[in-house]
Ligand binder design. Sequence first.
Ligand SMILES: C[S@@+](CC[C@H](N)C(=O)[O-])C[C@H]1O[C@@H](n2cnc3c(N)ncnc32)[C@H](O)[C@@H]1O
Length: 235
Amino acid sequence: MSTSTEDFFNELGDQYDQVIRRCVPQYAEMLESMMDYLPPKLLTRIARDQASVPALKILELGSGSGNLSSIILDRFPESKLTVVDSSEKLIAVVKSRFGKRIHHYQKTLFQDLDFKDNSFDLIISSISIHHLNDDEKLQLFKNSRQWLTPNSPLAFCDQFRGETDAIYQKHLKNWKTSSFELGSNEAEWEAWMEHQEAHDFHSTIRTHFDLLEKAGFQSIDCTRRYLLWTTMIAM
Ligand SMILES: C[S@@+](CC[C@H](N)C(=O)[O-])C[C@H]1O[C@@H](n2cnc3c(N)ncnc32)[C@H](O)[C@@H]1O
């Protein structure tokens, strides 16, 4: 990743939250819905007597301003959550929101992350992995498989390409209409598209299935799709 992606999110800083809600239609619904598809064993584990069950260890990749972190902490209040992001400004926003409720904050590129095998019971991410090209995605998926305890899930939602260019272009057109309905405008849209052109790597659902399979994941499924935004889970 060039430093410009970091600059882009650092510059958004305090504005990030309002911008993302205007520029990602059905943002809140998408984040909530991802949690609904997590395996019941994770939820039953927190429902049992906490004293006898070790805390769930969760890794969030690309925390932004902490909107997914907030949902994770609501669902898994006793978990040990590690959040990773390359933007110092956004890590600071998350720290000011959650303080010690988050176990560990890490300002690192996904490409440079290094955890011990079996470190996490869940790896989760929203709208962040598309900043990696396909080779980098594959490496991150391979690493994630090593970092996860056996049979634990990787769950993420992100921006995906359409299988045909016509479908992709239609998604982009409908996305613009939805964003304007949510209060965005031509200048904001242009800035977003400029960032997308330079730094985003939208791949198809098929490519994501292939990469996850190559990385050794099984039981891969797509649990939600709205325009570009697709949610996947893999064990
Ligand atoms: C579009 S935001 C999504 C944030 C948040 N998950 C949400 O749903 O609002 C993408 C986030 O990923 C971070 N990011 C982008 N590329 C990254 C990379 N290569 N390594 C680490 N973080 C990255 C950005 O700083 C930004 O906070």
